[in-house]
Design a protein around this ligand. Structure first.
Ligand SMILES: Cc1cc2nc3c(=O)[nH]c(=O)nc-3n(C[C@H](O)[C@H](O)[C@H](O)COP(=O)(O)O)c2cc1C
Length: 412
């Protein structure tokens, strides 16, 4: 299976990506945080440095563009192409007020005609030079039902991958995932789909996989002890819209989706899109840097039936392991975490940021942001974490962080 690292602005910098790839790995593609091109400035020096191939050696990186102007997108795409990039991602998901007010990110989802004309321009350009363009989207701006018309638009273009975060703009990153719309996309989307959102543990992956995936030898969802959804006698779809992913070229009308129901209804659809693979992980992989490796191992174990027991809920011990939860229900993150590895990761980031940032407080701000994710690994150490978040000098920070990591490793 393939796992992608979500772009997290200000967090997944080139320094972060290099450290992560070296120490944890198991990530097949890293999506860079968005670049925001403007008139005569396709890339700022800072953006260029972050994605420069010499700063991302050995990393499969996909740069991301945030704009609603096709000429700006194309100028930036040309600059990225000259740097050697063959895939670019379009951001249609950013929920920030300032971004949406300019009609970009999730804000662009409000104007479907402008979006279609923008996609027409950029895919014509992409076709002329053989570039791949993937799209990262939400379900809509105000209502999830907007997704029905969005998917009709997306189906007109040869999107290399559609990364779906099944929320609307006003959800930001909170609340329940609207899974039923991902299932709808699996049945109606012509291009390859990538799921993104709220996967924080192996169990989250297994649950979503069993709800959304088709199952099969390589999938955990095929091991849940219940028939795959496609086998439960659901009606076969007369015309399968997902069969020819790349046939939906510019200008070709969408085949499906006339008179849509208010709630998405599951019908037998494209086998291609029923795999719950690839997935994109963001905050879950930040909080537990071992998560990609754990999910890949679990998928591998599922193939040998070990996880069938866990996910089939026949064996509490194995199930709890998969859930990152002890028998008493408490988090087992601490017991599982390799704190020596975390210390290596921490030190690499800490020292690399010191090389490019000053004074102390700026580096410590970066570290503070990382600790907002890592704190879940150190249950019961809230006081120490609060103190290290307040440190203003390296020596104060180090006096807290190193004993903390050492004690965590010793107490395992
Ligand atoms: C701090 C932060 C920064 C983000 N920056 C970007 C970004 O630059 N581009 C983008 O497409 N999404 C961005 N996102 C959204 C994530 O890529 C991802 O879609 C979101 O966190 C949901 O996935 P998750 O539940 O696995 O974290 C950001 C999210 C957060 C929390």
């Amino acid at each position: 299976m393939k796992i992608y690292f979500a772009p997290l602005e200000g967090v997944t910098t080139y320094i972060f990506r290099n450290a992560f790839a070296e120490i944890y790995g198991h990530v097949d593609k890293y999506f860079a945080p968005f670049i925001s091109p403007s008139e005569n400035c396709p890339l700022t020096p800072r953006e260029r440095k972050d994605i420069a191939p010499e700063n991302n050696r050995g990393i499969h990186l996909v740069p991301q563009i945030l704009t609603c102007r096709s000429e700006h997108f194309i100028d930036a795409a040309k600059a990225l192409s000259s740097m050697g990039y063959g895939e670019i991602n379009l951001n249609l998901g950013c929920p920030s007020g300032t971004v949406c007010a300019k009609g970009k990110g999730a804000g662009f989802l409000q104007d479907k005609d402008a979006l279609q004309s923008f996609l027409d321009d950029i895919y014509s350009y992409a076709e002329s030079c053989g570039m791949k363009i993937s799209v990262k989207t939400r379900l809509g701006y105000r209502e999830p039902e907007e997704f029905y018309s969005l998917i009709e638009i997306f189906n007109l273009f040869p999107i290399s991958e559609l990364i779906m975060h099944p929320r609307i703009r006003t959800d930001f990153y909170k609340g329940d995932i609207r899974k039923e719309y991902f299932a709808y996309a699996q049945d109606h989307c012509k291009c390859p789909l990538v799921y993104n959102g709220n996967i924080f543990s192996v169990q989250d992956y297994a649950d979503l996989s069993s709800e959304c995936g088709l199952g099969g030898d390589s999938s955990i969802s095929g091991r849940v002890g219940e028939p795959a959804k496609a086998d439960r006698g659901e009606p076969a779809m007369p015309e399968r819209v997902g069969d020819s992913a790349m046939s939906g070229r510019v200008g070709e009308p969408a085949k499906a989706d006339r008179g849509e129901p208010a709630m998405p209804e599951r019908v037998g659809g494209s086998a291609q899109n029923r795999e719950f693979d690839p997935i994109m992980l963001g905050r879950g992989l930040m909080s537990d840097p071992e998560l990609a490796g754990k999910i890949k191992n679990a998928v591998h174990d599922a193939a040998t039936d070990a996880l069938a027991v866990a996910i089939g809920k026949h064996d509490d011990e194995t199930r709890n392991e998969a859930r990152n939860t002890d028998a008493d229900g408490t988090s087992a993150f601490a017991a599982e975490t390799d704190f020596l590895k975390l210390r290596r990761f921490h030190d690499t980031l800490y020292h690399e940021y010191q090389k490019v940032m000053a004074p102390d407080i700026n580096v410590l701000h970066k570290m503070r942001e990382l600790w907002t994710y890592w704190q879940v690994l150190l249950e019961g150490k809230e006081r120490e974490i609060k103190r290290l978040m307040k440190a203003k000098k390296y020596e104060d920070y180090e006096a807290i962080v190193y004993p903390l990591l050492q004690a965590a490793e010793e107490s395992k």
